[in-house]
Design a protein around this ligand. Structure first.
Ligand code: AMP
Ligand code: MG
Length: 405
């Protein structure tokens, strides 16, 4: 058995990116840059106005009020070539328009009488006010987005602003999802006596998508060696293989055995975590293979704590663990020493602090508690009891949504 922390270390030391591709900006959101991106030109490319108003010479405007002759108009999109602000004059200018020669300040229209032929300024003017200078945002040649950066709308905006339509990103891994067990029927079939619907495949596919992977549903391996062989072989074609169930010590638990037969190298089996203890991890060449326990709650928790970080790392992210923060317990908690305990929680925020209560019955078979959970507490292996008011380490689970009070 390995500890929770060792399991994560082993996994993250085994996985790596499956490649780099160039994608259009429209498809780049949520992907990770594979190269540093350098500004091809100054941003902005020319000095321009930050306000709708008048381009002036500040030396003309030392007294207030002062009146200037309006000698031109520069809307956004216009060119300032050949235009000059001469002594005693002003050029009407719109936000974003290039500033004309001679101008060293812009006076917002709100600080004037809005005149067309003559304009009267009613406030003092400071040299340089309301000007945006060439290169003040990013200078040509400066790296504005590093490899390993998550591409969000701001990155997309800047990449687009520099005309970079295709960006190098790490590939999204294909992730084979295989359920095992004779008790399973597929969604759409009616389960008979002793049968249940293969819900894990759907929830794993959703979880894979949520962290950028491409799910490939392999279906169900029945509890025979032949069926396992066929389905596992198929699953090993993907960049990652995730199986659920059949990994404990039961009579029909064949997954590890057949994986070994197919040439995978087991890195660990059994982790000091509850729920999720029977989890196994192996490598087949460069393909990571996660064998998760079948109980839906255990499957989702082990995906969250072990598979999600691996999929994010494969897509080029370095910091792949959800940030931990402290929540104050509103109920006592007890546990046995020896294993990290995962507790499903509800959170409430009061005066800038998070307070935690149990999301419900914490037994592994209770799925509803997982449905309700907003966050997960990670209780250290050696801890045994927590009192009301104690801090625990928690992280959000999936997309955190604050509940209506
Ligand atoms: P096992 O690991 O095979 O002992 O399965 C543990 C529990 O998870 C059993 O109650 C199974 O019926 C349940 N289970 C296994 N596979 C799935 C699945 N694909 N979808 C939903 N429940 C499952
Ligand atoms: Mg089974």
């Amino acid at each position: 058995m390995v500890t929770f922390e060792e399991a994560r270390r082993i996994i993250l030391s085994c996985v790596s990116s499956t490649g780099v591709e160039r994608v259009h900006l429209l498809d780049a959101a949520g992907r990770v840059l594979a190269e540093d991106i350098v500004a091809p030109w100054d941003m902005p490319l020319w000095d321009n106005s930050a306000m709708d108003g008048y381009a002036v010479r500040s030396a003309d405007c030392t007294k207030t009020p002062c009146t200037l002759t309006v000698t031109g108009f520069l809307p956004a999109g216009a060119r300032a070539d050949g235009l000059l602000v001469e002594a005693g004059s002003a050029i009407r200018i719109m936000t974003g328009a290039p500033t004309p020669d001679g101008c060293d300040a812009v006076v917002p229209v709100e600080e004037t009488d809005d005149g067309q032929q003559l304009v009267t300024l009613n406030q003092a003017v400071v040299k340089g006010q309301h000007l945006r200078l060439r290169g003040e945002d990013v200078q040509s040649g400066v790296c504005f987005a590093r490899a390993g950066t998550l591409i969000r709308p701001p990155e997309i905006n800047m990449l687009a602003g520099f005309g970079l339509a295709l960006v190098p990103v790490f590939s999204r891994p294909t992730v084979a999802i295989l359920s095992t067990g004779d008790e399973l029927v597929e969604l759409g079939q009616t389960p008979g006596a002793g049968e249940i619907i293969n819900s894990n495949t759907l929830s794993l596919a959703a979880a894979v998508q949520e962290c950028g992977g491409i799910p490939r549903i392999i279906g169900i391996a029945r509890d025979t060696r032949e069926s396992h062989r066929e389905k596992l072989r198929e699953g090993l074609q993907a960049d990652v293989l995730i199986t659920s169930a059949g990994v404990s010590a039961g009579d029909c638990d064949l997954v590890r055995d057949i994986l070994e037969e197919l040439g995978t190298q087991q890195k660990f089996w059994k982790v000091g975590i509850k729920p999720g203890g029977p989890t196994a991890f192996a490598m087949h060449g460069t393909t990571p293979v996660f064998s998760l326990p079948g109980n839906p709650v255990s499957t989702m928790i082990t995906f969250e704590e072990f598979v999600r970080p691996a999929l994010l790392r494969m897509q080029g992210l370095q910091r792949v663990l959800r940030p931990l923060f402290k929540a104050v317990l509103r109920e006592p908690l007890t546990k046995k020493p020896g294993k990290v305990q995962i507790v499903r929680l509800l959170l409430e925020r009061e005066a800038g602090r998070y307070y935690a209560t149990s999301a419900g019955n914490q037994q592994t078979a209770i799925l509803k508690t997982m449905v309700d959970a907003q966050a997960i507490a990670i209780l250290p292996a050696e801890s045994t009891s927590f009192a009301v008011g104690d801090d625990v380490d928690v992280h959000f689970y999936s997309n955190y949504i604050e509940r209506e009070s």
